[in-house]
Write a protein that binds this ligand. Structure first.
Ligand code: C5P
Length: 307
């Protein structure tokens, strides 16, 4: 998350994420699922701009060249406006704001774009409206907005997340990761993919997975950094992938093509529909991206992570 201020205009670059690993431990009484997930922040960003507006106006304008951008709501269903309204309810600031979003992170992709925008809005308005809310209070508000918002609030290069995904343990990477992201033309609804996971589980009559006694154990194997990024290969597993595959044959086809590439590993991020290939070098990522573009299966992005 990068902030820059010029006069009364505040701009924020809001990153996307990929889930290198996503394990579902079981369904909770509140309808959500307990997770263990390793999230990595990547350099594909939306841009959010906050400009003065007369009290009590809070408005959102959207610019995007992304396919399907016309479907993105710019009313109170948008997480940016939900975040702004939440702060208004909590703190009653006597100022308005005009928010402009340049959307570059595809929606319904499992890339966390909406959550990243919501986190940026909480942080930016906390600053812009001089609310001085402490980090723990912002985290409480973030958890009300969505399960991934807390990750972006801290904006670590990577984190091991538990609970609904809102409990964050920052994690350092051995070195920057070079990733090719492919977003198919169709999107997937997070709720529907979790539902499909539930149906499969009850069909297979399996019981809830037991949490690891030491949930960090599988992640510690990647440290120290000298052990290298290749070790991450053993972590690449997404429990939402099998149900998502059955929902769309095109996703099945894309994942199996990625699986045949000579890269560190590949998979689906979050609840999809975007998939990724984890490459050995920046150069290999550019080559793989060229190959993926020839498949004509969607938009292709070459990104790297922070460390
Ligand atoms: O938290 P968020 O609003 O992003 O979640 C969207 C939907 O995904 C939820 O309504 C829920 O159906 C599902 N979900 C879940 N367990 C989680 C996270 C999300 O069941 N840990």
């Amino acid at each position: 998350m990068r902030f820059s201020q010029q006069g009364e205009v505040l701009r924020v670059l809001t990153p996307a994420k990929i889930n290198l690993s996503l394990r579902i431990l079981g369904r909770r009484p509140d309808g959500y699922h307990d997770l263990q997930t390793l999230m990595v922040s990547v350099g594909l960003s939306d841009v959010l701009q906050f400009s003065p507006a007369p009290f009590p106006e809070v408005s959102l304008r959207l610019f995007s060249g992304l396919p399907g951008a016309a479907q993105i709501p710019v009313d109170d269903r948008n997480l940016i406006l939900k975040a702004a309204r939440l702060l208004q309810q909590e703190m009653s600031p006597r100022q308005g704001v005009e928010i402009t979003l340049w959307k570059r992170i595809p929606s319904e992709a499992g890339l966390g774009g909406g959550s990243s925008d919501a986190a940026a809005t909480l942080m930016a308005l906390n600053r812009y409206w001089r609310l001085n809310l402490p980090s723990n209070r912002l985290h409480e508000l973030a958890a009300k907005l969505g399960s991934d918002v807390n990750f972006f609030l801290d904006s670590p290069p990577a984190a091991f997340c538990t609970g609904r995904g809102e409990k964050i343990n920052a994690w350092s990477l051995p070195r920057p990761l070079h990733v090719v992201i492919i977003k198919p033309p169709f999107g997937l609804s997070t709720g529907r993919v979790f539902q499909a996971w539930g149906k499969r589980e009850s069909h297979e009559n399996s019981t809830n997975h037991q949490p690891d006694n030491d949930p960090f154990q599988q992640f510690r194997v990647c440290h120290p950094p000298s052990k290298g990024v290749r070790k991450l290969q053993s972590l690449l597993q997404n429990d939402l992938e099998p149900p998502a595959r059955t929902m769309t044959p095109d996703l099945e086809e894309l994942l199996s093509r990625l699986n045949h590439l000579d890269v560190i590993g590949s998979g689906m991020t979050g609840s999809g529909s975007a998939c990724f290939a984890l490459c050995r070098t920046a150069r290999q990522a550019r080559t793989i991206a060229g190959r993926c573009r020839n498949w004509r299966v969607g938009q292709v992005f070459v990104v790297s992570s922070g460390v």
